[in-house]
Ligand binder design. Structure first.
Ligand SMILES: *[C@@H]1O[C@H](CO)[C@@H](O)[C@H](O)[C@H]1NC(C)=O
Ligand SMILES: *[C@@H]1O[C@H](CO)[C@@H](O)[C@H](O)[C@H]1NC(C)=O
Length: 731
């Protein structure tokens, strides 16, 4: 999602996906599988599929629309002539939506949490200690119970002395109490400030101070960190902490919190239960959340999200997920301080689903923090719907492929054959997609893979960053579920476009949600115009009910990127470049700030060129750098160690260690030649191929701060860190 690309995923979890052991089951299915595969191959030749092709082709998902504001190419969702604003008539605010949903589904299970059975530490081979958890089954609160707890918390806040004209902040990992606290605040018309844990201390202080937060709601384990900054945030009066499963909470340092009043979440609920306070409900245009998101440089910006924005995105997304309802189970594990998760959980609330909480580190049976032999969150919950960001899906894919590779020839052939058959079926959307053959392949190959995510997933909400078409298709087939690719930003409360479940194409993000219009506006300078052939291209501008109120205390920045047109529609200028396909689906093709004008006047799109060069076998990661005072570009390259060493062995290059190899001119030449080759294939211009490159032996990891958790490069940080190298490359 555009600008908000913080590292909201812990990397340790990402590794959990390749820890499973598939080799044994594959062997057991092996012989039976091979026979079946041969039979299928003979009975149903692929050419059959052509007969059934084209069923879903040509469906119109978005249509051009006349709108006001700046001239451009605007599209609306094909199913709604008018923008929709609410999921149902009375749900005009998040507080109203919550109350009505809780009444409607009162006896259904709503929020589920796993109880901690046991916590232990094991010592790894390197002497480091790892925490391992044994977690129990999910324990559920009904919608009615959640409503009562939110009401109690709201009353408790007032009883505790929270000034309802001031703001509250939530600084915590994703959990049921997070959601309850949020709804409690809304019932007293209190604006909630959210801050990412990963933004760092300065960002935290800045956010809390800028919004004059007076009540801070946090994890018990954050207390210590907060005590350390207490002298820098003068507005805070109350601190409310969520209890951990352990009975003892360390409050020994509460003395250092100065004048802060510290209370536990259940104490506050207790206060409220004893002395209920009348709710003071918000209005549609009231600010529900100020969500801090990191800019690419400088301090984070607070996006002001109204109640109207949240219900509009809910209304839009509910039309996209097929028959979402009380039978669905949603796995919640991404950070709620990120717009994608908050939007998703709000949708589940509106649809009456069950929401089971998990965490990145306990997601699967083989996740880092799960005690061996006990269940991960997906096995315990068996979710039907989940969110995923590309980093996760990429790792799932890599993990599966590595296992297939490791399983030997038979396993590999079987998997590849099954995959090819399914691919042909999905892409041709032919008969086989639903038929006997699918069932067979599921039994032979895919069911076991699916059990990694619990075995019941029927829809994946994808977002956070662009997902490669390859991975999207791979997950489609292996998990047997469509991925609704969402495009949106914090500034549009996640809602902009969303690909539909029956859309079998990849690499696109679907038509506009019915709550907003999406318009392309020509960017002449950058060479993207709505008059471009065959498809219109331009900056993506989003207008409608999901477009937020602007940046907190930053009118200048707000006026730069938000505009209200003569018809009263609010537009947000995303800085992303897109193109519309004839069926009304959007594809993101570039970002404005990744485009540099070279000395002789040509534009170079860093992202586009990087994507092309990444297909060189030698490249693990790279950053292209173009100085506007030169006519060419240069690149920092992290090579794939195995590939480069293999080449060096074969070419008879002598070297001491990998760092030494990276310095060798032969190695540099070899990688550069591979760039020329892939550059040609991708039809890059000569000036787009780096004139000089530097090989860097150390991989870029999220811990080093050089890439996001989604492994996207952070240009500013890389430029700073390798300033000297870049200068030398241009020297
Ligand atoms: C907090 O905000 C005030 C203005 O509202 C500013 O003067 C002060 O420097 C800020 N403090 C910190 C630690 O950022
Ligand atoms: C809610 O609070 C805002 C200020 O935060 C205020 O402007 C608004 O009038 C309040 N709404 C209601 C319905 O009291």
């Amino acid at each position: 999602m555009g600008d908000s690309e913080e590292s909201f995923l812990n990397t340790p979890m990402l590794d959990s996906f390749h820890a499973g052991d598939y080799s044994s089951w594959w062997k057991s299915y092996g012989e039976y599988g091979i026979v079946a595969a041969v039979v299928i191959g003979i009975l149903i030749p692929l050419s059959c599929s052509t007969i059934f092709m084209g069923k879903k082709r040509g469906k119109q998902r978005g249509v051009p629309v006349e709108v006001g504001g700046e001239a451009g190419y605007a599209v609306r969702n094909a199913r709604a002539t008018e923008l929709i604003e609410v999921p149902w008539k009375e749900a005009t605010t998040m507080a109203a939506l919550f109350e009505q949903s809780c009444k409607r589904y009162s006896q259904s299970q709503f929020l589920g949490t796993r109880k901690l059975i046991n916590r232990e530490f094991v010592t790894g081979s390197d002497g480091r200690k790892f925490e391992k958890l044994h977690l129990g089954d999910y324990e559920w609160l009904t919608y009615a119970e959640v409503f009562d707890r939110a009401c109690n918390f709201a009353s408790g806040l007032v009883q505790l002395g929270h000034n309802v004209d001031s703001r509250a902040a939530i600084f915590s990992e994703t959990r049921a109490e997070w959601f309850i606290a949020l709804q409690g605040c809304f019932r007293q018309n209190i604006t909630v400030v959210t801050v990412y844990a990963s933004l760092g201390e300065d960002a935290l202080i800045h956010s809390l101070n800028e919004t004059s937060v007076s009540t801070l709601i946090c994890d018990a384990k954050q207390l210590k960190k907060l005590a350390a900054i207490s002298s820098k945030v003068n507005s805070i009066e109350n601190v409310i902490y969520f209890e951990d499963d352990e009975s003892s909470v360390d409050t020994s340092f509460s003395g250092s919190m100065g004048s802060w009043k510290v209370a536990s979440f259940s104490e506050v609920e207790g206060l409220g239960m004893k002395s209920p306070v009348q709710p003071s409900l918000p209005s549609k245009n009231g600010i529900a959340v100020v969500m801090y998101t990191s800019g690419s440089t400088g301090l984070p910006k607070g996006v002001m999200i109204t109640h109207g924005n949240i219900v509009a995105t809910c209304a839009g997304v509910m039309t996209v997920i097929p028959s979402l309802g009380a039978q669905d189970v949603y796995l919640a594990y991404l950070p709620l301080a990120h717009v994608f998760e908050l939007a998703a959980e709000s949708v589940m609330l509106a649809a009456g689903c069950k929401v089971g909480y998990g965490s990145a580190l306990t997601l699967t049976d083989t996740s880092n923090k799960i005690k061996k032999g006990t269940k991960g969150d997906t096995s315990a919950l068996k979710p039907t719907v989940m969110t995923a960001v590309p980093a996760i899906l990429d790792r799932v894919r890599d993990g599966v492929l590595r296992k297939v590779e490791g399983g030997g020839g038979l396993v590999k052939n079987l998997f590849n054959f099954g995959y090819k058959r399914r691919l042909a079926a999905v892409e041709g959307s032919w008969f086989g997609a639903w038929g006997l053959e699918k069932m067979l392949w599921d039994v032979i190959v895919f069911n076991k893979i699916r059990s990694v995510l619990g075995g019941h997933i029927r829809f994946i909400l994808g977002g956070g960053a662009p997902l490669s078409g390859d991975t999207q298709r791979f997950i489609n087939i292996c998990m047997g579920a469509p991925i609704g690719q969402a495009y949106g930003l914090t500034e549009t409360f996640a809602g902009a476009t969303f690909s539909e479940a029956d859309d079998t194409t990849v690499g696109r993000v679907g038509p506009p949600l019915p709550c907003c219009y999406v318009k392309l506006v020509s960017w002449e300078e950058g060479g993207y115009k709505t008059s471009d052939k065959p498809l219109p291209r331009g900056e993506i501008v989003i207008g409608g009910h999901s477009v937020t109120a602007g940046y907190f205390k930053n009118e200048q920045k707000t006026n730069e990127v938000y505009k209200v047109d003569e018809r009263g529609i609010r537009w947000f200028y995303s800085g992303d470049i897109g193109t519309f396909h004839p069926d009304g689906c959007l594809e993101i093709i570039d970002r404005k700030k990744d485009i540099v004008k070279l000395q002789h006047g040509e534009y170079i799109s860093l992202g586009k060129v990087e994507a092309a060069l990444l297909s060189s076998n030698y490249v693990d990661n790279l950053m292209l750098y173009a100085d506007p005072f030169h006519n060419n570009c240069v690149a920092l390259v992290v090579p794939v160690r195995q590939a480069l060493e293999k080449w060096a062995r074969e070419a008879g290059i002598r070297y001491n260690d990998f760092a030494d190899l990276c310095e060798k001119s032969e190695a540099v030449n070899e990688v550069q030649q591979s760039f020329s080759k892939v550059g040609k294939d991708a039809k890059l211009d000569k000036f787009e191929i780096p004139a000089k490159i530097k090989l860097l032996p150390e991989p870029w990891t999220p811990e080093s701060g050089l890439v996001t958790a989604a492994l996207k490069i952070k240009r500013e940080q890389l430029k700073t860190k390798f300033k000297n190298d870049l200068q030398k490359l241009y020297g």
